[in-house]
Ligand binder design. Structure first.
Ligand SMILES: [Zn+2]
Length: 141
């Protein structure tokens, strides 16, 4: 094999590596799409099972509202600091603080977000479903 042939092989190997890199990204994306499409095709019944699997694997997630200290009923996520609260509790806290002309600090200990607004809160349906299926599991025992 001539030296130039070796060089040629090397450079094609290199471009091949780059291709593999992007290829992996594409594969991951496709896999995610497939998983989502699959989940969407599931019947309502098996969706429940899926939820319960999620609840089991993520049982470490805190379902407790930092304000009420009980399981959240309508969890909302603060899009600024990613903390969760029960909707009614955080809304009433914001209202109280604002009526005192004060900013509403994120009630989560150690959180640096000092100005929680109701416009920062997004309902978290995913977490809500997880809490519900988690409850169902506990009631079964
Ligand atoms: Zn926070």
């Amino acid at each position: 094999m001539s030296l130039s042939a070796v060089h040629g092989t090397l450079s094609s190997l290199k471009s091949c590596q780059a291709d593999i890199g992007t290829g992996m990204d594409i594969v991951t994306d496709v896999a995610m799409d497939l998983a989502e499409a699959h989940a969407n095709q599931e019947s309502a019944e098996s969706m429940e099972e899926l939820d319960e699997d999620i609840a089991v694997t993520q049982s470490q997630v805190n379902f407790t509202c930092p304000l009420t200290q009980v399981e959240m009923v309508n969890p909302v996520k603060n899009k600024k600091c990613n903390h969760h609260y029960d909707e009614a509790a955080i809304l009433s806290l914001i209202k109280t603080r604002h009526s005192q002309k004060k900013k509403c600090r994120c009630p989560v200990v150690g959180c640096g977000n000092t100005d929680v607004k109701d416009s920062d809160l997004i309902p978290d349906q995913m977490l809500r479903r997880r809490i519900q299926s988690y409850k169902r599991q506990n009631n079964r025992t």
